[in-house]
Ligand binder design. Structure first.
Ligand SMILES: NC(=O)c1ccc[n+]([C@@H]2O[C@H](COP(=O)([O-])OP(=O)(O)OC[C@H]3O[C@@H](n4cnc5c(N)ncnc54)[C@H](OP(=O)(O)O)[C@@H]3O)[C@@H](O)[C@H]2O)c1
Length: 288
């Protein structure tokens, strides 16, 4: 197994950072002794210590001790965190933000000029190493940094580099999409319960059905419409079921859901950008 000689720091140690670190550790990509996380309280840090990682309450210590620094706070906290850490950010750092709605342009504006910045958008199944992540690079991050990030994060699931404009679409498709799939799984299982199957068994079978269908899509590379056609015997059970889904406009409803969540992600990002423009001067403005 490949081990990357790298010191990885997390500023913010909550659910998403915890999910990523578990993926990294399970894959053996980075030893726990090379990982340092900071947070104001011990609420989440206790779990990091149990994993064997170093922890601190001082964000600057993460910058001092790490090369790859992952910003993983809630968005409203990030302006203060950037203001605090930017004097310690140097050319050897690779700064990766997973904070929703904060653009590369803003990150670059608020960090020293020339900082290698990348932005990733994970989803929660990273915890079980079945995440779907996209990332985009800032103007000073090169192929080496992109390859390093992709290599590391692939241990937590699918990881693709994309233009930054796809990140909000990814939120609508996959970040929020996880919840749509849970709703569909619940409905599948409840249908079985209605027909007389016990609930626990129905839930397990619904989950395995989603997993199997997803694996078929990934492993065959086939369009889902083709795979769906293969399940449909003329006059059989599946086409009768699919007819009901079409009558309920499942396809249009799900497309609407992706569109609505993407638009919401875009407008939240715009609100943040506007607020931050006023709140926080760029380093150049501060120096001036
Ligand atoms: N959860 C998701 O599905 C998901 C998906 C994609 C992206 N994201 C992004 O991930 C980020 C974190 O989300 P989350 O769900 O992991 O949130 P969370 O569980 O609330 O974690 C936030 C972490 O930030 C820490 N923190 C608060 N103030 C800080 C400060 N001043 N300096 C350093 N750390 C500070 C918190 O400390 P304590 O431990 O002391 O509370 C906590 O460890 C968000 O920006 C979100 O947009 C989340």
């Amino acid at each position: 197994m490949e081990t990357v000689e790298l010191r990885v720091g997390f500023v913010g140690a909550g659910r998403m950072a915890g999910g990523l670190v578990r993926g990294l550790l399970r894959a053996g990509k980075v030893p726990a002794s090379s990982i340092l996380a900071s947070a104001p309280s011990d609420k989440n840090l206790d779990a990091w210590r149990e994993l064997g990682c170093w922890t601190t309450h001082c964000n600057l210590e993460v910058l001092q001790e790490s090369t790859l620094v992952i910003l993983a706070t809630k968005p409203h906290v990030l302006p203060g965190v950037l203001q605090e850490i930017r004097p310690a950010v140097g050319p050897h750092h690779i700064v990766v933000s997973l904070v929703a709605g904060v653009t590369l342009q803003t990150l670059q504006r608020l960090l020293p000029s020339g900082t290698k910045v990348l932005r990733i958008m994970p989803n929660l199944p990273c915890v079980v190493r079945a995440g779907a992540m996209v990332f985009a690079r800032g103007s000073d991050a090169g192929d080496e940094e992109a390859a390093l990030l992709k290599n590391l994060l692939s241990s937590c699931g699918l990881c693709e580099e994309v233009p930054e404009s796809y990140i909000n679409i990814h939120t609508g498709l996959s970040g929020s999409g996880v919840a749509y799939v849970y709703l569909f799984a619940e409905a599948l299982a409840e249908g079985a319960v209605k027909m007389g199957m016990p609930s626990g068994l129905a839930s397990r079978i619904a989950a395995q059905t989603l997993l199997g269908a997803a694996k078929m899509m990934l492993e065959t590379g086939e369009h889902p419409a083709k795979l769906r056609g293969e399940v449909c015997t003329p006059g059989g059970t599946t086409i009768h079921g699919l007819h009901q889904l079409e009558k309920g406009a499942l396809r249009a409803t799900v497309m609407n859901a992706v569109e609505a969540a993407t638009n919401r992600a875009r407008s939240m990002a715009e609100d943040k950008e506007q607020g931050w423009g006023e709140d926080l001067p760029s380093p150049a403005e501060q120096e001036g």
